[in-house]
Each structure stands twice: as C-alpha cells, then as structure tokens.
Design a protein around this ligand. Structure first.
Ligand SMILES: O=C(O)CCC(=O)C(=O)O
Length: 315
C-alpha cells in the first residue's frame, strides 16, 4: 500500500522565513498567500490571446490523459498560441489526432535549435509583468522561468529535475504527488523519468517496490506556490484547464551544472560521469558468465551502499 503524507502549507512566507525554515529542510512545501501579481485575475483566455496573439508554440498533443515520455504516447505540434488557448478551452473544435485530444505546453526559448533557455520575460514580454516571481534566491541563481498550459486531466510523467523549483499555479487547480530522492530504487527509472505511469493504480507485478513508497501530496489552488527541492520526483495532474509558471534556481556551485542543459534536468557533471562509468562497468561485467556477473554486480552495489548511500549532508 502506498503511504501518503500531506505537503505542509505555509502562509504569508517572507524570503527570510523561506530560506531559514523551509528551503533548508529539503522537503516540498506549499506556500499560500504570497503576492504573485495580477496574473491570477488577468490571465484569461481572452486576455492572453490578445496579448500574445499568433506566436507559434510547440505543444505535446495526445489522445491519452497520462502523458508518457518513455513510450511517447504524444506528438509535438506547432500552432499559434491563441489557437492553443481556444482548443484547450473548447471554443475551437479543430484537432490534430482526434476530437478528444489533450494539450500540454512547456514553453521553450525562441531559438529554433532549442538552445535558448525558457524565460517568460523574453518569450512572453507582454504578460511577464503580470507575474511577480518571489525572490527567495539571489538573482545569479536564476536559471529559467517556464510557462505551462495544459488541458484538464493531463497528467505529467513522474520525473526529477536537478535544480530547486518554485512552481507557481496561476489558474486552475492541480494535484501534485512527490516522492523523496531516496525512493529512487522504487521508482523504476529510465534516466530522469519513472516507468510507473499510473501512480494511482500501479501494476504491482511489474512495479512491486513502488507500492511501499511514501507519497507526499497536495492540491494547488490558483495563486499557490509549491517548493520542489532538486531531485524530488514529481507527478502533476491538472484538475482544471490550467496555467502555471515554474522557476528553476541553481543552488550548487556553477561548475556542477551541465552548460548544455536547457531544461534543468541534465544530471550534475560528476553524477553524469559516474553514471556513464557505471554503464561502462555494466558492459565489462556482461562479458562474464551469468553467476559471476551476478556476483560482481552485487559487489559493486555493496561498494556504493557501504561508501555513499544514506549519507546526506545537512545544509
Ligand atoms: O505543473 C506542471 O504541469 C509540471 C511542473 C513540472 O514538472 C515542473 O515544474 O518541473
């Protein structure tokens, strides 16, 4: 049985309180009552269509509610922003795949080669001033701000990011489920994503360990912010058509982050190298007969377990 824990709710949090009492606990926190500007009232379909107009955006389109990055049950389509809003709100009957399709925009930079980092001040300058991003961190720590628009019932695959995240729910409600980084062995990972797509009804024969994880959960209302610490797995379920902005911040030394990362999800440089070495070690062990391969695989696990697992630094 999956166990549940409510994400704690904090009201009227000041930057000092956030840094001294919330951020350093390295656990998710729901922040309520922070002034995020006029966006919660202003960002209606009509207003956004007028301000942003026909700017082309690339979106995930799927016939499935649960988007699956690993098995790709969606396609990417480019369409004008105002048309996306019409389709999400149901005022347009146009479709790509079927009349019952779901949309999910994760904004990108404008560089067509995909090398620019999302920043709503650059890509959506006419609405950026409506959102006040709380300045909990130093300006130098800012990495990206990503506009996210999705249809009701869209569920985004469980994944982790490598930076601290402030997710601001501007309009619509959203359920957020989170799992601690130390649950990694129960998450059935492929890279940064979990293979457990249906977290509410996981297949116990395929994912036996997932049933014993502790699930942290909350419902975000319009105007709420959730702090998602780096490496925490998260899965989001839109309870309404919704608009959100998430802001990634770097809190480790600059040289640990991959300079080619535009999404905030590339593993830190030493971790990525260690993973590559593990892949190489796996190839080496594959040259041994089964019994030996199994034994040395366990010896490697023992080395990692004895030396490193469970040794978290306190911030
Ligand atoms: O709110 C969403 O739709 C997804 C948010 C997310 O995955 C993130 O902020 O990393």
């Amino acid at each position: 049985m999956v166990k549940y824990k409510e994400v704690p709710i904090y009201t009227d949090v000041t930057p000092e309180l956030f840094i001294n009492s919330i951020w350093n606990r390295r656990e998710p926190a729901l922040l309520r009552g922070i002034d995020i500007g006029e966006c919660t009232a202003k960002w209606t379909t009509e207003y956004l269509s007028e301000k942003i107009g026909a700017l082309d955006v690339k979106v995930h389109v799927s016939q499935h509610e649960k988007l699956d990055f690993i098995n790709k049950n969606f396609v990417y389509k480019t369409l004008p922003f105002n048309e996306l809003l019409e389709r999400v709100s149901g005022t347009s009957k146009a479709f790509f795949l079927s009349p019952n399709e779901y949309y999910y925009l994760r904004s990108l930079g404008l560089d067509p080669r995909g090398r620019e980092i999302a920043d709503i001040r650059k890509q959506f300058p006419f609405i950026a001033a409506d959102l006040k991003i709380p300045h909990f961190f130093k300006d130098e720590a800012f990495f990206s701000s990503v506009l996210r628009i999705g249809s009701k019932n869209v569920q985004l695959w469980t994944h982790y990011d490598v930076m601290d995240n402030i997710l601001i729910q501007v309009r619509g409600r959203k359920r957020i489920a989170l799992f601690k980084p130390s649950e990694a062995l129960s998450m059935y990972l492929v890279g940064d994503k979990s293979r457990v797509l249906d977290i509410d009804n996981p297949d116990a024969s395929e994912f036996p360990k997932f049933s014993s994880v502790l699930r942290h959960e909350c419902i975000m209302e319009s105007g709420d912010i959730i702090f998602i610490p780096a490496l925490w797995f998260h899965n989001t379920l839109a309870l309404d058509n919704g608009i959100a902005v998430n802001v990634f911040w770097k809190h480790l030394p600059e040289e640990l982050y991959d300079k080619k990362d535009v999404y905030g999800n590339k593993d830190h440089i030493p971790a990525a190298r260690a993973i590559q070495m593990t892949e190489n070690a796996t190839k080496l062990l594959e040259t041994l007969p089964g019994e030996y391969r199994d034994f040395y695989c366990r010896r490697m696990i023992a080395i990692l377990e004895n030396k490193l697992c469970g040794q978290e630094d306190k911030i």
